[in-house]
Design a protein around this ligand. Sequence first.
Ligand code: AMP
Ligand code: ZN
Length: 462
Amino acid sequence: MDILFYNTLTKKKEIFKPIDKKEVRMYSCGPTVYKDATIGNMRTNIFQDNLRRVLKYNGYSIKHVMNITDVGHLVSDGDSGEDKMLKSAKEEHKTPLEIANHYTELFFKDMEILNIETPEIICKATEHINLMIEYVKKLLERGYAYETSTAIYFDISKLDKYPLLSSLDLEEQKAGARVEVDPEKKNPCDFALWIKAPENHLMKWDSPWGKSYPGWHIECSAMGQHYLGETFDIHTGGIDLIPTHHENEIAQSKGACGKIPANYWLHGEYLLINGGKMSKSLGNVYLIKDIIEKGYDPIVYKLFSYSSHYRNKLNFTWEAMEAASKSLERLKKGYQMHLEGKDNIEDSKIKEYEEKFHKAINDDLNMPVAMGVVWEVIRQEKKSKKLSDLLLKFDTVLGLKIEKKFQTKEIEIPAEILELVKKRKVARENKNWEESDILRDLISKKGYEIKDTKNGIEITKK
Ligand code: AMP
Ligand code: ZN
């Protein structure tokens, strides 16, 4: 079955044709490890994980590279301002390396608890400095870069077309840039490949241009080419990367080898919070940790993210999380019922569900439609192991761990109640039923209910 992807490069949905028939090579721009990853960042990672899983479902093996930006990402997301890593290091009184290691660890923990597969190759910018220097040297040799007193810039006027990926308005950029642009730049949209470090700069390396450090975009071009070759299949990221980072990655590649690095460019839309932007000033920057603290299984967030196509905005609310939590519970119960079912169901029906699901995921990862098929299977009146097996097959794409029992929200039971429950247990062991009943009433008066089940005592808040 064909796979269709919306390609930002051609602005069309296209049939996916990999360079190699068996292995798909893809690159995802990874985190800048100077702060906690938000649930917004994680939406982009869930989309990228779906992409990997869909390709595998279609029989491909994957070589997926993700970089860790641990240097060189400037605060403005453009080419001016302070380095994000250094800013955080100063604020948290740590070294840039400590900051990077700390947030890298947290990032992979979030990936794991969301059941997101780890890319085959994870590469840190700081471990590939020489590769980047060679890349910049090549751009200078080929006449696509020039040196100023502060940096090595890429000269966009040397390209036959810029911008290629985005609809960046160069005239507007020129007008807006007049005030603050480096006067040594030849064109306002020229961007820094390499930056000469001021005396007191913490992260800097020896280079042909003195002590200096990389610009933000060069790491992805250098590492992408190193691990995946001059041209690979897919490049992904969030939509904010289109006009800056990805546009400039393409420019660098065109300069270095005359090629656009990837054939298909896929971008995930933003997660909104209560209809607006996530921002520190609004106090609505949520992390996966916050979801867990509210008592949700983090996989609920993954299921919630399937309510919208990756190219559409998704609005996060706690009400929506509550609904998704109930859905996940229904999904898991539905799976269990099929697992234990003994009804007979025709193979043609199984095939019909499978084809519908496959068509949905191959249609530019249409997860809302794919989930519709999952619910059809759950609702099927005939209960059969064939259907639970089918759901497990679907789960290789969904990654919802549907075979694991649903974890209900854990409630905090006050010590006083736990003490009463303990006393009641002792009373029952001594067959003192009267005392046991008195204690049960007392617990009930204090707002808790207890049930004796075959797995022990269950305590719930009334
Ligand atoms: P950063 O670590 O901030 O450089 O971002 C890492 C990735 O997360 C980028 O691909 C961003 O596009 C993406 N991202 C950041 N915020 C959001 C959001 N609210 N929704 C979806 N993706 C986001
Ligand atoms: Zn990148």
